[in-house]
Design a binder for this molecule. Structure first.
Ligand code: AMP
Ligand code: MG
Length: 415
């Protein structure tokens, strides 16, 4: 597809599902890297983690009380109390030196190793200590062996998998990894994503709009989306609508280590839409023009195996193209599921949604009193339609839309 289709329009558009399939086939998770445990939250585990230790590594008290031999207490009761001699005390990290003999007990604190010779703990609340010498503990109920004892390996058994590859690490996962003695964690590398913003009319984010010039919205939006999806928006540039400038910006991003590049603007068939030809020249323009509204002038290609996305400049289209295509690649590169990261729910429609057969529609909706209402505005340039919306509905290609009362799946922007 090296020919120039500027000012001629798309002859045919690729189906959304085919683009998704292409990305599934061609985009693979990055290699792993080791990160310190404290840095590993929300990262994706690259390998199964097998513990080579038991946790705990010893039997320990689960309560404050007295360690004793359970078998000795059988038959003890309020009218038949058993008195044991308290021969010492143990604390967490400080074991009892010696063996506890029949007729003896040891004061024990939660987490302390069970002294040799004992196999159960009498809770402090259920015990009565008689001051000595020698101090005695009075037992008025049976304490079966194992009572209030945390067994060796009860939390983690040596040789078992504690967390599997692909896991997005939760805070408590880090706690478990620490407990088995892991100091650095093998995680999937975070994709470095280049964001190239094209448009002669654009002022950099942080400016005020001025005359006929507008302020770039897409770089900040895309950077936040990339971060949300586990990527690192590591390179960003505002590039004029000049073929050579776009080409050298794309080259530069790839040379500087971008694992994927998003090019905003200039993706269509207008006179100043250079990005498709740049991509075709430097690599492969696999898809240009997609049966999707908005975002039909989107494209996908690869340079040296790295995905490059042509994102329409209209901010709503840009968001849509990210949600449906670029986001999949970012998530997949970083080892996450490529599926939409949004929470979703199936809810009844309050007002009809119209759509044309032959394309997927990305319809911004609000949910009011449990009912889904499409937003009236359809303009891809009205970005506030996405801030007023609670989420979006995807109308499938073969559907003409939905009458009121139909159930539709809403994807919510708020996670
Ligand atoms: P383009 O895709 O370059 O043809 O741009 C389509 C429309 O989106 C034009 O009205 C542009 O001014 C606008 N646009 C392009 N890029 C951006 C951007 N980064 N932020 C806000 N609007 C943009
Ligand atoms: Mg433009």
């Amino acid at each position: 597809m090296r020919h120039d289709i500027r000012m001629r329009g798309f002859r045919e558009r690729t189906e959304v599902d085919d683009v998704v399939r292409l990305l599934e086939e061609r985009v693979r998770p990055l290699a792993e890297e080791a990160v310190a445990l404290v840095e590993a939250a929300a990262r994706v585990l690259a390998r199964d983690i097998v513990s080579d230790v038991d946790v705990p590594g010893f039997d320990r008290a689960a309560m404050d009380g007295y360690a004793l031999r359970g078998s000795e207490t059988f038959g003890a009761g309020p009218y038949n109390p058993l008195e044991l001699v308290v021969v010492g005390e143990v604390f967490p990290g400080r074991p009892f030196a010696g063996i506890v003999r029949p007729g003896q007990a040891v004061r024990i604190m939660t987490g302390a190793p069970l002294p040799e010779g004992t196999d159960a703990v009498l809770q402090a609340e259920a015990a009565e200590e008689v001051p000595g010498p020698p101090p005695l503990v009075r037992v008025t109920d049976a304490v079966p062996p194992g009572r209030h004892v945390g067994r060796i390996g009860e939390d983690v058994r040596a040789g078992t998998i504690v967390l599997r590859a692909g896991r997005r690490l939760r805070p408590q996962d880090l706690g478990v990894l620490s407990s088995v003695g892991v100091a650095s964690v093998p995680v999937v590398r975070q994709p470095c994503v280049g964001i190239l913003i094209t448009g002669n009319e654009l002022l950099p984010a942080g400016s005020r709009p001025e005359g006929y010039r507008i302020v770039d919205s897409n770089s900040v939006m895309l950077a936040a989306l990339v971060r949300r999806d586990g990527g690192n928006p590591c390179l960003s540039a505002l590039v004029p609508d000049v073929y050579e400038d776009i080409r050298s910006a794309l080259r530069g991003a790839l040379e500087n280590g971008a694992n994927a590049v998003l090019i905003s603007g200039g993706s269509s068939v207008g006179q100043e839409d250079h990005a498709p030809r740049v991509l075709a020249e430097l690599g492969e323009l696999s898809v240009h023009g997609i049966a999707l509204r908005p975002a039909s002038p989107a494209g996908v290609g690869f340079v040296e195996g790295r995905p490059v996305f042509l994102m329409p400049g209209n901010p709503v289209s840009c968001l849509c193209a990210y949600d449906l295509f670029a986001g999949r690649a970012v998530r997949r590169l970083g080892g996450r599921s490529s599926d939409l990261p949004y929470r979703s729910a199936v809810l009844p429609l309050g007002r009809k949604i119209t759509s044309a057969v032959g394309r997927v529609d990305y319809v911004r909706v609000v949910v009011q009193d449990g009912k889904v209402e499409p937003l009236a505005t359809s303009g891809a340039s009205v970005l506030t339609s996405t801030t007023r919306a609670d989420g979006f509905v995807l109308v499938p290609r073969d559907s003409e839309g939905h009458p009121p009362g139909d159930s539709v799946r809403v994807y919510f922007y708020d996670l």
